[in-house]
Design a binder for this molecule. Structure first.
Ligand SMILES: C[S@@+](CC[C@H](N)C(=O)[O-])C[C@H]1O[C@@H](n2cnc3c(N)ncnc32)[C@H](O)[C@@H]1O
Length: 246
């Protein structure tokens, strides 16, 4: 295939800093984000009025803005300084933003948050266990964990890998405005996801495969057809169990 008018900006994968502004513009409008993922997780998070919410992997802050509008006290963390700069511009003093690696120890005390929201981030992590243990530590007992991540069936079809039950990495090229960028994700089977969540000290409350918002049907029939007939993301909610109660 000869590519014209496009360039792979960098062979380094997952470099959100290199295309932060374009990614934010895409994320704002994309059917996958605006009409499917965001409405679904915000509905799963529920009433956040007066609650302390960590938006883990907050990117450019679209979820954080919606949570603040609903009365939450929001803290956002992300590895991308480029996306965090856009979030800071959008949110001003309304959110507490930090650069942090979700694979490491998180810069918060035990029992800090009522809710941890993790939108479309876990598929960047090789090992879910340390990150989920950190979420459990910084959540109050009884606190809510809400995760959206790539649906493993969708990734398995996309990657054409042989073994669904393996944990493996695969690449995808994303079209972001006039650029192509290389993304690299971790696939793991559904059972590995639910086991990691419960092993980290959460009671699994729900596993969801929601439909896109009805408005998408007229707005973008092609995206509606894809999202309403096949899995794209999978959504989990879990309750932080008090130590010794599991
Ligand atoms: C697909 S974007 C999702 C952003 C936002 N949650 C949303 O749904 O609009 C993935 C985000 O995860 C962040 N991310 C990926 N790996 C990370 C890590 N190890 N630590 C912190 N953030 C990470 C990226 O910087 C990026 O902002």
């Amino acid at each position: 295939v000869v590519e014209h008018n496009r360039r792979v900006i960098d062979q380094r994968e997952n470099d959100f800093d290199r295309f932060a502004a374009a990614y934010n513009r895409k994320n704002e409008r994309s059917p996958w984000n605006a009409y499917y993922e965001r409405p679904a997780v915000l509905s799963l998070v529920g009433d956040v009025d007066g609650k302390g919410v960590l938006d883990a992997g907050c990117g450019a802050g679209a979820h954080a803005a919606a949570l603040i509008e609903r009365g939450a006290r929001v803290t956002g963390i992300d590895a991308s300084t480029g996306l965090l700069a856009i979030a800071a511009e959008r949110l001003g003093d309304a959110a507490d933003l930090h650069v942090a690696d979700l694979a490491g120890v998180l810069p918060f005390a035990d029992d800090t948050f009522d809710v941890v929201l993790v939108s479309l981030v876990m598929h960047y992590l090789q090992d879910w266990a340390p990150t989920l243990r950190e979420f459990r530590r910084i959540l109050l007992p009884g606190g809510l964990l809400v995760i959206s991540t790539h649906h493993p069936f969708a990734d398995h079809v996309l990657s054409a890998a042989e073994d669904y039950f393996a944990t493996y990495q695969f690449d995808e090229l994303w079209d972001v405005e006039d650029q192509q960028v290389r993304m690299r994700f971790w696939h793991r089977p559904l059972s590995a996801m639910t086991r990691a969540i419960t092993d980290a000290g959460f009671r699994l409350r729900s596993v969801e495969e929601p439909q896109p918002g009805a408005a998408l049907r007229d707005l973008n029939p092609q995206a509606w057809s894809r999202l309403s007939t096949g899995p794209a993301f999978v959504f989990f909610t879990g309750e932080a169990v008090a130590d010794g109660a599991q």
